[in-house]
Design a protein around this ligand. Sequence first.
Ligand code: PMP
Length: 405
Amino acid sequence: MELDIEKIREDFPILKRKIGKYPLVYLDNTASSQTPRQVVDKIVSNYENVKANVHRGVHTLSQEATALQEHTRERVREFINAGSVREIIFTRGTTEAINLVASSFGDSFPDGGEIILTIMEHHANIVPWQLLQRHKNLTIKVVDINERGELDLDQYRSLFNKNTCMAAFCHVSNVLGTINPVKEMIAEAHAHGVPVLVDGAQASPHIKIDVKDLDCDFYVFSSHKMYGPCGIGVLYGKEELLEKMPPYQGGGEMISHVSFNHTTFADLPFKFEAGTPDYVDIAAFAQCLDYIDSIGLDKIEAHEEDLLRYATERLLEIPGLRIYGQAAHKSAVISFLVGDIHPYDLGMLIDRLGIAVRTGHHCAQPLMERLGIAGTVRAGFAVYNTRSEVDALIDALNRVIPMLS
Ligand code: PMP
């Protein structure tokens, strides 16, 4: 059955906004997607009815808040098919989750160890590994791409050796849209005894994730790209690895007993959740996963694939327009440039016509350098976007390009 996009759009009040006199066409979903009323209502209702600190009080509100937060943990476990809620750690987002793994799991890396990353990584999956290099003698090796923006898998395979201690790569590129063959890449790493972190920030809103099937050691993602609240994310880690890892931050919630002589830590997952979490938003995140499931990720993916095909076709009608990233297996994000027009100029002028796109390096400066450009314009699609919004983007570009050429 086809999705009723107009009905879905009704769930997102922000889509009725105007920018000046133009209707908003929101195409910056790769950065953050919009949040449906059902989730916003849940946040309000949590604030109005059950705001109390979790895991601390014996009183009713605290117990209810704790139950809501732990319900979300179970819901996330189910959503990504993890084996246990002990493997689900709440973080502030993908960035914090990767920092946690780099800092805590990275603690065990031997001097002289090597980490395999790819040229298409977001800074969030580069800099935390570089920070580790301040304390340890570690080498970072980088997998390149071909002209379509697909990873060079032969090179990937050739980078493993006895010193390799970690491989970390994105499931989907936030610039090129490339969907990487992560299952095969994980199997290859495991054949060398190397653990793998998958940055799923751009995959989780669009693709069904099954961490057992992937057999990844760590998988990370952010709620705000999944129609959810800002400031929360998830680290999935295999229990046997998390069990051995030292705490990332110290404080309340993550201890079993504290004295000035000796402190013992809480069990998983709480060992990695120091301090008061954003339990109001975590609780609402369950609503968000329910919302996605009520539509169906397979249907969301099919709709976005249609938009990707249509938008690619229409964009390529524009003289001088180049698309960066033409992978055979691609998610609904399109990075492009027109002639030698600066992406900021294009982005700013089409904003005046109501079109919200992203411009710049998209936190992927090494990739920009590899492509020999400073930045791109990026349109990223979500379930509520329509073909007529693609037409509005094309019309806006056709209006402003002559002014900038
Ligand atoms: N990795 C990728 C691939 C991303 O696209 C992003 C967000 N742009 C991040 C990591 C960082 O996510 P967050 O800012 O939510 O921590």
